[in-house]
Design a binder for this molecule. Structure first.
Ligand SMILES: NC(=O)c1ccc[n+]([C@@H]2O[C@H](COP(=O)([O-])OP(=O)(O)OC[C@H]3O[C@@H](n4cnc5c(N)ncnc54)[C@H](O)[C@@H]3O)[C@@H](O)[C@H]2O)c1
Length: 284
């Protein structure tokens, strides 16, 4: 693998937009792609808001904003996607990710790196169904991607040492902290954090306390956000999909069982901040 210059981020939702922003501000030439034109427009607006907040807080200069934006292109033309590194941040579904990587591999061959931002799907399962399995790796950003420093790098069985080395140095080059972990459902952070959500939903289901009380208690313990606030930030449906994947991947172990309350929110389209309503209501 030669030097990384061009990056394509596939999926311009909650995570993709933040990842594209960080990469463009770090000097990479970035294409942000989505099938859905509306998602691309929203992503452009949100990136602007993020960058303006960064200027207000003194984290970046106006010049960094304008240079970063020059590096960033928005596209919904799949054939535009030529890059040294692909980072996919599409829906948390194994088949969708496999199909996407195979299409990208068809167009870009075996010299690029194909990284997934999956929260929970074992990378070996994705890689195993891809044309170039040795080029697939996990780069797991945390939400909000333009702020959170930690990035889990997940090594599928098929990955070689050069791929890991190049991925680690890329993650460092965008100012993040890469931590290498072995491939397993939910990796480390999401596996441990799953109980933060699952158990809070159970407490709510059991009527022990209402959700604002649960959030308030947890925040008073020193957590930055309560579990319900955090699910709204993550995306209630995104969080639900991760729990569902982990429940299946851990052979239906009851400790990962998804909540009916959360399922009802997903079915009703109450997905949190991105839809204006989830466990709480937000100004659009
Ligand atoms: N939301 C989080 O807090 C979070 C954190 C870490 C990792 N992740 C993971 O990142 C990935 C994306 O999550 P998200 O919350 O950003 O989702 P999201 O629903 O906000 O965005 C997904 C975007 O992908 C687009 N899309 C769907 N299929 C596509 C395809 N085949 N090609 C191109 N675009 C496609 C959708 O139009 C949408 O804009 C998931 O795998 C998720 O598990 C999410």
């Amino acid at each position: 693998m030669s030097k990384i210059n061009n990056i394509a981020v596939v999926g311009a939702g909650t995570m993709g937009l933040g990842i594209a922003q960080v990469c463009a501000l770090s000097g990479y030439v970035v294409k942000l792609f989505d099938l859905n034109e509306k998602s691309l427009q929203t992503a452009e607006q949100k990136i602007n808001v993020n960058l303006n907040k960064g200027i207000e807080k003194g984290k970046i200069s106006k010049q960094q904003k304008s240079e970063g934006l020059k590096n960033l292109n928005f596209t919904h033309n799949f054939n535009d996607l030529k890059a040294d590194l692909f980072i996919e941040a599409v829906v948390e579904k194994l088949e969708v990710k496999i199909q996407l990587f195979n299409q990208l591999m068809e167009n870009n061959g075996d010299t690029a790196i194909y990284a997934s931002n999956t929260s929970s799907i074992p990378l070996s399962q994705i890689a195993g169904k891809c044309k170039f399995p040795e080029k697939v790796i996990g780069i797991h950003f945390f939400n909000p991607a333009h702020i959170m420093k930690l990035v889990e790098i997940i090594k599928p069985a098929q990955a070689d040492k050069a791929l890991i080395r190049n991925t680690k140095s890329f993650v460092k080059s965008i100012g993040k902290v890469p931590i290498l972990v072995q491939d397993s459902p939910g990796f480390v952070v999401n596996r441990v954090a799953r109980h933060f959500y699952v158990e809070s939903l159970k407490v709510l289901e059991d009527g022990v306390a209402d959700l604002t009380t649960i959030d308030a208690l947890i925040k008073n313990m020193g957590f930055k956000m309560g579990p319900f606030e955090l699910m709204d930030l993550i995306g209630v449906e995104a969080n639900y999909n991760v729990t569902k994947t982990m429940f299946e991947q851990f052979n239906f172990d009851a400790k990962f069982r998804p909540s009916r309350i959360q399922k009802a929110k997903v079915d009703a389209g109450l997905w949190g901040r991105k839809t204006g309503k989830g466990f709480y209501e937000y100004d659009k």
